[in-house]
Design a protein around this ligand. Sequence first.
Ligand SMILES: [Zn+2]
Length: 439
Amino acid sequence: MIHASEPTALTRPGAIVPDISLASRLFDELRRRTGGPGGITRTSYGLGEQIAHDMVRREALRLGMRAETDAACNLYLTLEGETGGPAIMIGSHLDSVPSGGNFDGAAGVLAGLAVAAGFVAAGRRPPVDLTVMAVRAEESTWFGASYIGSRAAFGTLTSDELDGVLRAGDRISLGAAIDAAGGDTARIRTGQPYLDPARIGLFLEPHIEQGPVLVAEGLPIGLVTGIRGSFRHRHAACHGTYAHSGATPKSVRQDAVLATSRLVVEMDAAWQALQDAGRDLAVTFGQSATVPGEAAFSKVAGRTDFALDVRSEDSETLDVMRAELRRIAGRIEQQEGVRFEFGPETGSTPAKMNPAVIAEMAVLTERLDVPARAISCGAGHDAAVFARQGVPTAMVFIRNRNGSHNPDEAMEIADFAKAAEVIAALCETWGSADTAAAA
Ligand SMILES: [Zn+2]
């Protein structure tokens, strides 16, 4: 997969060349204006996010694009297309976590802007309207709610959330924050959608990779196959019986630590088997502890508390693991004389990315000699909201060191350029015979 690649856009006659210097200049300005010694902070519906929105609006207007906002202050920057068919939307969010990095979110918006600028520089229109969307309030760290901007755009943000959800730090309600930013919560409360899924031919979210896969494999970009859903037990427990460690024979012990450990090991084996069978899965026991004050060095443990997080791109795989959990736990209960109590289940539904669009992008990466691989996405993104609305949706991951949500995010601009080049080619050929299956 790893091979040297030339800047092929420049060598394809008439190809749209994304304006990488524009994006690079905006990344620098974002860092200067929304960063500090501790990292980047672009608060949802706060100062940093607003600075970022104002910047991309300013640049889009310079390019002759049309700027619109909806009632939740999501920003839509549109370059008019040759025809009036369903639009191509490229976007992501411009907020960040507190003391985060410069690229999470912003890379997606600036990739869209770079591609639009490429069309403008070439004096050409995209085949259909090309709308760069800057989504509001994606980072749930601020309001404790997911996908605020994109759900508002589709009319599914609720009055309960507008009134009941408060921003970390200043404790301002979501509704008050939206109105203060110039939005119109009265309109959001009507549930009237701003976006019509039928008018969107493609939603594409470029984003930095938040895991280590592309760095480890030496690949500049990844084509996301799906956004993982999950089922979780945040407050699970294993009940055994406390007993003297020296005086209690093995045959009569009801050891909660042993039982929990067996559960962890056997769930791991079930994961391995499904992964070997080609399924996408991640199983994590992120917390596991005995009870302070009850447990002791010389006691058989009578109780453990633990948390379980199971994620997959595929609903059926989640169902299989849910059944495996019951089966394995039931057997361990019988053998070890303990009782598992899993508590309430929470989770989310997986979102499939559009296979035809992924296939088309795979063809383009080969044609452009950009090394890439299919990759699963383990974190939530606005793309999931678009996919669930029935919009053909895709994500491109850009190689990034050191993970995300921290000041050490490190995306190379050369990798960003490769992603933008593939996206430009996709936009340029959108709706032609090549992409007919996808459109
Ligand atoms: Zn993000």
